[in-house]
Design a protein around this ligand. Sequence first.
Ligand SMILES: [Zn+2]
Ligand SMILES: [Zn+2]
Length: 294
Amino acid sequence: MTKKTDRKTSRVEGIIEDIIGKSPHSKEIITAFKPLFLVRERLIDELHLKAADRSSIDGEKLRQGIPCINQTPFYFKSDPWEKIGCAVLSAIRQGFPALGEDAAKLEGKIKAGDIRLFDAFTDFPGSVETAVGRWSNEADIKPDAIELMLSAVTRIVLQARSNGIGGHIEGMGWEKGTCPVCGAHPTIAVIREKIAQRWLHCSRCGHEWRFSRMFCPGCEQESPSGLDYFYVDDRKQETAFTCDACKRYLITLNHVSDLGDYDRDVSAMGLIHLDLIMQEKGFAPMSRCEWNTF
Ligand SMILES: [Zn+2]
Ligand SMILES: [Zn+2]
């Protein structure tokens, strides 16, 4: 791919090299997702989507557990769906050659106007599933390819649109284990250095929020036996929080410094060996995503 913009190494590229260095076993999966990470970084920077309307986000509703996405629209018919979709599909072709043919078919359908991506977002998240089923049948395209495309498109639009929302809702009293912006469960947690606070990261929209360390984000039960953390080979920084009540786990990075660049999704991918172990032990991930579903 040649770009008009100058080809300086992007922020995410540096982070990816760093994580592959630390977790060589994850090289293959991170390399496959790399074009998707890069296209996300580039589009969020370029699109300048208008942020969601903060004035209609009500603190009282947040306290009742209603996320922002159910209070104000995050998806608009006028968004540049075709542009985002085609850029994402080009990244899928690069990273996932096995889905190349399906990605090309999808691109053709989108450009011809036979598939309108906005249809998947009219009644989110239920409309995503409906769209995957319909497009897969009508156009004979593997559901995997459609799901991968839609999750990447979702993240780009949500992250771009929630610009500034995080700061706006901080301190408004959100106390749930699901994301205050989009309502999804977290894919990774981070215990920050020095102050022992747990922050949860949402891979659907990219938002991070603080959550009690005494409760399970999955079922919101207080852990009676203290909290269990699993780790391997004395690598206590890389753990999996487990909950015996709901039998789910959450990959957790301990005592992480926020100095320097980081990307929680790339970090999570560097720890998929823990996902494998926990799922073998009979635990389910708190949030299923493209890289932790085996
Ligand atoms: Zn979210
Ligand atoms: Zn639980």
